[in-house]
Design a protein around this ligand. Sequence first.
Ligand SMILES: C[S@@+](CC[C@H](N)C(=O)[O-])C[C@H]1O[C@@H](n2cnc3c(N)ncnc32)[C@H](O)[C@@H]1O
Length: 189
Amino acid sequence: MKLLSGLRTAMNFVTPKQYSVSNQSHFIINTKTINQLVKFFPPLSGTEKVLDFGCGTGETTLAMAEGRFGELGNPGRVIGVDISQDMIEYCKSKYNLDKLEFLQLDTETNQTKIFCNQYRGTFDLVTSFNCLHWVTNQPDTVSFFNSILKKNGLFIFLVVSSQSLKNNPHRSTFEEMKKEAGRVIISSK
Ligand SMILES: C[S@@+](CC[C@H](N)C(=O)[O-])C[C@H]1O[C@@H](n2cnc3c(N)ncnc32)[C@H](O)[C@@H]1O
């Protein structure tokens, strides 16, 4: 299923520098979201591998790697990926931490297959904040997360949108996805 394909490049008009200025409000809602997860699952203990999908200018990804992302705890390794080479170059030029890596990744290309071959079943947690509504093929992207997650691995995402099933196609897609997931926690706050 393809959604909103016209939006595929819609974020290209925002440069990493411009986005980083307004990113603080995203960081606040991202932190609130991750704190919801920690209500149900234990915090990370220093060994876990995390993928942050659609990392943008990387403030959230960095905080995660530094163990100061809400109550999430300390991961062992964090990889931030984004479709935009500009965002990835911005992150690489700005953040330098052994456990943190940034990669450009377009899930509609062969890159996904290569990434899966390298990382199949190895991630403990996939996060995606303020990104999935930009993704044109959401079911394939979620299948990609499923391939790289360990058994019982966790996927948490945030999209700011209407809760209306009638008016919001993302919301109805989410209802379909819920049927396939093992355990789903929803927060609409
Ligand atoms: C609004 S920003 C969010 C950045 C960051 N996650 C945050 O919450 O601050 C959305 C990001 O998603 C990226 N993006 C859009 N479509 C994508 C895709 N198909 N695959 C990976 N990243 C994508 C954009 O390039 C952009 O950097």
